[in-house]
Write a protein that binds this ligand. Structure first.
Ligand code: SF4
Length: 275
């Protein structure tokens, strides 16, 4: 049986910003010649690794702030930095983020307990880790599957075992509910989890690690159906695309794109050909 075409938030993001980039990345597959290690990516990856281990070990109930900070050394990805000074600066920032993250988690847990005492209720069961760094997948059609990799999913006993998708953003200081509702990745995770867990509430939260700010959104049934219909249509368009004539066209993303040297050579060749 032929393999299904798999669509993902990354593929959708690239397709939406430049069809030629999609071709170079996934059809021509020449990304390995152009992608560069980036400090921001390595920094984010390091923090993700530390937080994954922290939550898998039980979070603030079992791991103190010192242990969390100390785990940074083992998880640190030392690629993509401009030099030792820049790497040190990023590492110090990562340590600060982890210290603040731990303190905020403690406050959150203590606030929930204090609220229960005030209401004369038993202390609420803390959220449990449901999934960590896990690929989710569902079929959209017999030919297309949708997939996405979640950072973390918590299960909340105090909310009838609702599932909360938690996504860390290491470069941001602010986030709004509109950011969450407009994020293709968050919609992908929510849609798949809800389809697989129809009897539970499913909502998504983005945590801006640099400030600790967070925002959430819960997809309505209508939003989920519209998202899945749009994604199916886009997936079918990409799956059946004739790539021969998909060529680079200058757009707003070009200055930030790893393929720019490739496209500049193409444009120079085209110019010479026309003269
Ligand atoms: S450089 Fe511009 S045209 Fe070329 S792939 Fe990147 S975004 Fe697309």
């Amino acid at each position: 049986m032929p393999r299904k075409f798999v669509i993902s938030p990354t593929k959708l993001r690239i397709w939406n910003r430049c069809h030629a980039e999609y071709r170079l990345e996934y059809i021509d597959k020449i990304g390995k010649f152009y992608h560069r290690a980036r400090a921001g990516f390595a920094f984010g990856h390091s923090l993700h690794r530390v937080l994954e281990t922290f939550h898998a070990a039980g979070g603030v109930e079992t791991v103190n702030a010192e242990t969390l900070s100390a785990s940074l050394d083992a998880a640190w990805v030392a690629k993509g930095y401009a030099g030792e000074a820049q790497e040190t600066e990023f590492k110090q920032e990562a340590a600060r983020i982890l210290t603040d993250y731990h303190a905020a988690q403690v406050v959150q847990a203590e606030t929930a307990k204090a609220e229960a005492v005030r209401k004369g209720e038993p202390a609420p069961e803390p959220p449990r880790l449901f999934l960590a760094e896990k690929a989710l997948r569902m079929d959209l059609t017999p030919d297309i599957a949708l997939t996405g990799r979640v950072d973390r999913v918590d299960e909340h006993p105090a909310l009838d075992n609702a599932l909360e998708i938690v996504d860390y953003k290491s470069g941001r200081t602010e986030v709004t509910p509109e950011d969450v509702s407009g994020a293709v990745a968050m919609n992908t995770y929510q849609a798949i989890l809800k389809v697989k867990n129809p009897d539970r509430r499913v909502f998504a939260t983005i945590v801006a690690l640099r400030s600790g700010a967070s925002a959430s959104h819960e997809m309505s049934n209508d939003e989920r159906e519209a998202f899945l219909a749009d994604t199916t249509e886009t997936g079918e368009t990409i799956r059946t695309k004739d790539w021969e004539n998909v060529l680079p066209v200058v757009n707003a993303h070009c200055p930030y794109c790893d393929f720019l040297p490739h496209c500049e050579k193409f444009w120079a060749r085209e110019k010479r050909r026309q003269h």
